[in-house]
Design a binder for this molecule. Sequence first.
Ligand SMILES: C[S@@+](CC[C@H](N)C(=O)[O-])C[C@H]1O[C@@H](n2cnc3c(N)ncnc32)[C@H](O)[C@@H]1O
Length: 277
Amino acid sequence: MNNDEKISTHYHHGNLLSAIEAGLKKQGIKPENASVEDLGPVDEFHIGGRAASIHFLDQLRISPSQTILDIGCGLGGSARFTAKTYGAKITGIDLTSEYIDVGQRLCEWVGLSDSITLQQGSALSLPFEDASFDGAFMMHVGMNIKDKHILISEVSRVLKPGAKFGIYDIMKGNDEELIYPVPWATTPETSWVAEPKDYRMALEANGFVVDEENNRHDFAMDFFKKMKAASEAAGGPPPLGLHVLMKQTTAEKIPNMVANLAAGRISPIEMIAIKDA
Ligand SMILES: C[S@@+](CC[C@H](N)C(=O)[O-])C[C@H]1O[C@@H](n2cnc3c(N)ncnc32)[C@H](O)[C@@H]1O
């Protein structure tokens, strides 16, 4: 198996659409009546879920006339939120074909198929013309990509001059080894967590100016504390959540992620960069 196959196998669920339907049903929601909000707990696969997306995406100043690329879009939750909130047209690309197939169905359910195109493919070889997007974002994807220079040179190539590129990735905080498994990797073999300075170097080498950098460590710790308290109070996880994506491995991956965060080994970082005009 090459790395792309290992990564898409890591994320493959096998029965994801049915699992999401079952979670909706527990709440008395028919799939065709589901809203972007109903799907938020399961289709935003990054620390902080929808709240993190709002904080991050608001900084991109997306407008209805824009065409935006979501790199490593997963199930397309952030793409649906962006289309609904800012009115833009979104293209999402992701390595994991099951996420793309399920994501397309979720777009149909919420009536956003006309504004969103989701397609299978690699961020390292984007199947788009040069200068075809007005903006781009990438959430919790870079940890699976070894060569940040190739990744960011591809993003730079498909963006128009002056376009904004937002990154919300888990980045390295200190030199301690991570505890695995974590949500993005079962072992270190497919995990390439890099320091903020590595992202900055790759951005600057590819024609970007970094305008903003925010460390979301405290927000992340608070998010997991609240998630744990809510789960304990309710006697278990909610019908829809990231446990639906990670199944039984959630019980190891989330505590490991929290331990890595608490030890300062990792932190979720936002970077907003602008491509040279
Ligand atoms: C943790 S999930 C985040 C998904 C989505 N961005 C979100 O926040 O909900 C990471 C995603 O990155 C995708 N991915 C990893 N490496 C990729 C690559 N080289 N090209 C495209 N997608 C990739 C995976 O398939 C997975 O869907």
